[in-house]
Design a protein around this ligand. Sequence first.
Ligand SMILES: NC(=O)C1=CN([C@@H]2O[C@H](COP(=O)(O)OP(=O)(O)OC[C@H]3O[C@@H](n4cnc5c(N)ncnc54)[C@H](OP(=O)(O)O)[C@@H]3O)[C@@H](O)[C@H]2O)[C@@H](O)CC1
Ligand SMILES: Nc1ncnc2c1ncn2[C@@H]1O[C@H](COP(=O)(O)OP(=O)(O)O)[C@@H](O)[C@H]1O
Ligand SMILES: [K+]
Length: 547
Amino acid sequence: MLTGTEVLTTTQMRAIESAAMASGKVTGLDLMERAGSAVAGQIRLCWPKPGRVTVLCGPGNNGGDGYVVARLLHRAGWRVRVLGMDNTPGPDAAEMKRRWGKIGGIGVLTVQELRSGAKSDVYVDAIFGTGLTRPPEGDVERIIRHLGGYGGDIGYYLPRLVAVDCPSGLCLDSGVMLGSRRGQDSTWYKLRASLTVAFDSPKIGHLLEQGPECCGTLAIADIGLHQQRVSEVRIRKDGPPVTVVRRPYVEAIWPPFSVSDSRRYSDTTERQAAWLQKRDASGSHKYSHGHALVVSGGPAKGGAARLSARAALRIGAGLVTIAPHADALAEHAGQPDALMRRAIDDADALRDLLTDARINAICIGPGCGVDRATALLAEALPARRPIVLDADALTALSRNPDLMAALHDNCVLTPHMGEFARLFPDLAERLDATPLQGPAYSKLDAARGAAVRCGAVVLLKGPDTVIAAPDGRARIHSALDLPWLATAGAGDVLAGIITGLLARGLPPLDAAGLGALIHAKAARAFGPGLIADDLPEMIPQILRETA
Ligand SMILES: NC(=O)C1=CN([C@@H]2O[C@H](COP(=O)(O)OP(=O)(O)OC[C@H]3O[C@@H](n4cnc5c(N)ncnc54)[C@H](OP(=O)(O)O)[C@@H]3O)[C@@H](O)[C@H]2O)[C@@H](O)CC1
Ligand SMILES: Nc1ncnc2c1ncn2[C@@H]1O[C@H](COP(=O)(O)OP(=O)(O)O)[C@@H](O)[C@H]1O
Ligand SMILES: [K+]
């Protein structure tokens, strides 16, 4: 269910590039020409009238792409200034530098040089790309700070920064600026490109943490590496052995803020849409769409679970039962009438209820209370039914190693960062450390590490939601355009949507991925002013619009 676009690590990208070259069908120079040509093409699409451009070229192949951009924009009538480094680049970059050298000069890549002369309409950042290994320092650091607006005038009115592959300093495996403290509004530097042109596929760092904000609009250019998008690679007889490691697979199911081609993301087929809308022949009566049980808590705590239950109903679970403590049963007498109610006071009562094998998905945590969640999880987990653990259930887990050990691959954990840190403190600590080396430890690494450790699907919530399965498959859902989704109860609704999808029979990773997508689409469709109660009510519209 749901096809996103494949996301690569920088190692995978390099392996694909090497395999392409080893196949003899393409040279490094060809790829560099195509990459530079894609960037120049995007610049001309965005700003058709030739103007002044400054191209900043670094020491490696990213810089090589920059020299191509300079040559092609010059040919298109732009007034081009190039600043580069006095270095010994690889042969392809050296050749592109030489070709540019026949057309124009190369200034020194320093802030003084950048500030001298006429201002440009467009600045092209071709300093570092996938080869960044450590925080920028020296002249390069000063240039990046300057471009980021901390160093002077250019940054403050620099609307047209175009990044080649990524804004320099961004680690494409994690989405953090190397050397910059995570999670804080960095006083270090933060480049904000208006356009980033990357090659073949998005990389992890384009989608996570600071990546989307720094990249601006993300355009993914096809540079003809399709033949390498298979796991088995044929090598020329005399070529070096190349292995392309392409599994486990990571997918982006929603693009960050703004991409040039959003059709690459979150496709549902006609058959999947029909299933979501119940137009197919999958069910003839309510039980064929499953029976979800949403465990609730004691008196005055029922709102959260009711949000979950309402969402499970709206996403199409055939039946939903809310199960509070008997003392709170009366509170649940109101809307929606479609909801069934059944008191559960203790683990014995839950065991009785679970003798009904038709209950095929459970949601536990929202408004449940930690002690109650602890007791009921001890009963529910060994039943091995699909189950979503959120809120108080996650706190219960973090306090009870026995419960943690009882998790299984039908479980979906939905922690936000605070809950994640309680559950997996060592992983959270690694994430919190200032990244000084690339590839930096990422949210994806953390979610995957957690999923492997606990043997369950882990959905780490945030503006960039990462979902990982114990077998290594993962999905990334970036929703930076939805700050209004950070509202009380939004997580309870998400837990309910996922529970409903589990009840309808989706496997846990798919239920979590599709749940995150529908949840965000509902928030996007409602817009600012959203409260969590609005989210379930938007689901019918989202289902209708699913193509
Ligand atoms: N993959 C593809 O399909 C294609 C890739 N292409 C392009 O190649 C780019 C990758 O090129 P790349 O590997 O040469 O690395 P790049 O980003 O230029 O930087 C590496 C250089 O910087 C240096 N360096 C690193 N950190 C540093 C620091 N903090 N401060 C100072 N120096 C630092 C590092 O030196 P070292 O770490 O060895 O000391 C090395 O010299 C990729 O982003 C894309 O634009 C396209 O041309 C064609 C298709
Ligand atoms: N800035 C943001 N932009 C987009 N989505 C966000 C943002 N902050 C949080 N979210 C999403 O909102 C939901 C909040 O869930 P949670 O933290 O559990 O809140 P609550 O416990 O109040 O329900 C999650 O789905 C999360 O991914
Ligand atoms: K760059």
